[in-house]
Design a protein around this ligand. Structure first.
Ligand code: NAD
Length: 500
């Protein structure tokens, strides 16, 4: 079992600064999707483990909030340094548990490193506002206060980046964290917890409880002392969490699915568009929330684009992402593979034309692993399910249009609103598109992926509930605005009444 990079046979939870066996005594296997080997076992924790972690976090948070923010930030800075030092081993582990190719794994780890240094800087800012009072000899200001204990629930497709987008701002703002990573990808969580420990984070400020969403995740929502839930994952689970948090008047931040499109106009640089589509559609085997799964192309360049895409798709190498020559890795698990297969049937039944792919790769080097051939459908119309629903695999639907207005209308016709992109050389089209595309992220002359950590990350409509990860916007999730009035007049001054 395992690999030389993984020293443990069984992971433990990280609670109150100690590596702790789950009270349930239960574990499940973590499988490498590239070769189906078992990497390690991970706890299936119980509700009791969540209670213990929450209480530890509650006690630790009180002290942590009193540590000056620049000192809290120094811990994050050390986290960044350790991550940088271990970038290669972390990246390899990430490829092993998640399947994404090593180049992308390095990119994801780098995102975490960037976030550490960025949020470390925030320790010396955490800006509030001063504002004039309406009364004489009175001072008014608003400051960011930590919310207390924060619950973080993360998906398997970005096991370390998303965790850093959430936990780093939470920690620098003076909160303590209970984090439940996805059971498919616990290795990054285990490594990040070790790094926090080595960086000198006081015990109890970061707690990792491994286990199933239906047990650990739900138990986190039930905990009165967890004041915020920050969730990234599927729409179905997110809606369920939103309902439960709503009932409990608990703040909740939701980042969910996408059905992202690349628009290719008739004046586009087609070579660049092909590169952008390839990278954002088939990179991570299409298992990104921002993955391009629709190409909306101007009818006058449709055939040319199809031809070029087919040429390039044929060159994609598919296999174990630890091999540097591989461009497309495996699908995370059998459920993911089955879902993609079902959508291929749906697409065919709906009358879309399958140009390439559409099958599970089961022979030769692909026999042991979850591999799906990069797929391109054309003659897709916007009402088809394959053009509306998130497939989460290397499947692209090509739709043709005769104008920018039509392209924007089709882009905006889906339930989601995460990312979109347009390829054009016309500056007027650029400005019209950035205004009218209804997604939280818009790219011009680039694919739908490639977010940078100092900008807000998230989407509109069914993608989320208005909050953002990353950037300073993330601080809004993990802090409360507190208004402070200091009256130095020596007498009772009543707002609205004693105004001269
Ligand atoms: N918008 C974004 O920022 C973003 C980023 C990455 C992934 N995603 C989305 O995530 C999805 C893929 O990830 P996934 O398959 O891990 O999603 P998922 O919803 O199945 O799981 C996400 C997390 O929620 C937990 N969970 C499951 N059921 C739960 C419950 N009842 N209560 C509480 N927690 C529960 C899971 O264990 C996991 O940790 C895709 O839809 C993708 O678009 C969104």
């Amino acid at each position: 079992m395992g690999d030389k990079l993984i020293k443990e046979e069984k992971f433990k939870n990280f609670i109150n600064g100690k590596w702790t066996e789950p009270t349930s005594g239960q574990y499940t296997d973590v499988i490498n999707p590239a070769n189906l080997e078992t990497l390690v076992q991970v706890p299936l924790s119980s509700i009791r483990d969540v209670e213990i972690a929450t209480q530890a976090a509650k006690i630790a948070q009180k002290k942590w909030a009193l540590v000056p923010a620049p000192q809290r930030a120094e811990v994050l800075y050390r986290v960044g340094l350790i991550m940088k030092e271990r970038k290669e081993s972390l990246s390899q582990l990430l490829t092993m548990e998640n399947g994404k190719v090593i180049e992308e794994a390095r990119g994801e780890v780098q995102e975490g490193i960037d976030m550490a240094f960025y949020m470390a800087g925030e320790g010396r800012r955490l800006f509030g506002q001063t504002t004039p009072s309406e009364l004489k000899d009175k001072f008014a200001m608003s400051v960011r206060a930590p919310v207390g204990v924060v619950g973080i629930i993360t998906p398997w497709n970005f096991p370390i980046a998303i965790a850093t987008w959430k936990s780093f701002p939470a920690v620098v703002a003076g909160n303590a964290v209970v984090w439940k990573p996805a059971t498919e990808t616990p290795i990054m969580a285990f490594e990040l917890a070790k790094i926090f420990e080595e960086a000198g984070l006081p015990k109890g400020v970061m707690n990792v409880v491994f286990g199933a969403g239906s047990t650990v995740g739900e138990a986190m929502i039930e905990q009165e002392d967890i004041r915020v839930i920050s969730f990234t994952g599927s729409n179905e689970v997110g809606r369920n969490i939103a309902g439960k948090c709503g009932q409990r008047l608990k703040k909740v931040s939701l980042e969910m699915g996408g059905k992202n499109a690349v628009i290719v106009m008739d004046d586009a640089d087609l070579s660049l568009a092909v590169e952008g589509i390839l990278w954002s559609a088939y990179g991570t085997s299409g298992q990104r929330c921002t993955a391009c799964s629709r190409v909306i192309v101007h009818e006058s360049v449709k055939e040319q684009l199809e031809g070029r895409l087919l040429n390039e798709i044929a060159k994609l190498t598919i296999g174990n992402g630890l091999d540097e020559s591989i461009k497309v890795g495996p699908i995370i698990n059998q459920d993911g593979l089955d879902k993609i297969k079902r959508y291929i049937q749906v697409g065919k039944q709906e009358g879309a034309k399958l140009l390439t792919g559409g099958y599970v790769m089961e022979n030769g080097e692909h026999a042991r692993g979850h591999y799906f051939a990069p797929t391109l459908f054309t003659d897709v119309t916007s009402d088809m399910r394959i053009a509306q629903e998130e497939i989460f695999g290397p499947v692209v639907s090509l739709l043709s249009v005769s104008s920018l207005d039509e392209a924007i209308e089709i882009n905006n016709s889906v339930e989601y609103g995460l990312s979109s992109s347009i390829f054009t050389r016309d500056v007027n089209q650029v400005f019209a598109a950035q205004r009218d595309l209804d997604t939280g992220i818009v790219y011009v002359n680039a694919g739908t992926t490639g977010a940078e950590i100092h900008l807000p990350f998230g989407g509109t409509k069914g993608t989320g509930n208005g909050h953002r990860d990353s950037g300073v916007a993330a601080l809004d999730v993990f802090t409360e605005w507190k208004a402070i009035y200091v009256d130095f007049s020596g007498k009772l001054q009543r707002a609205q009444i004693d105004v001269e």
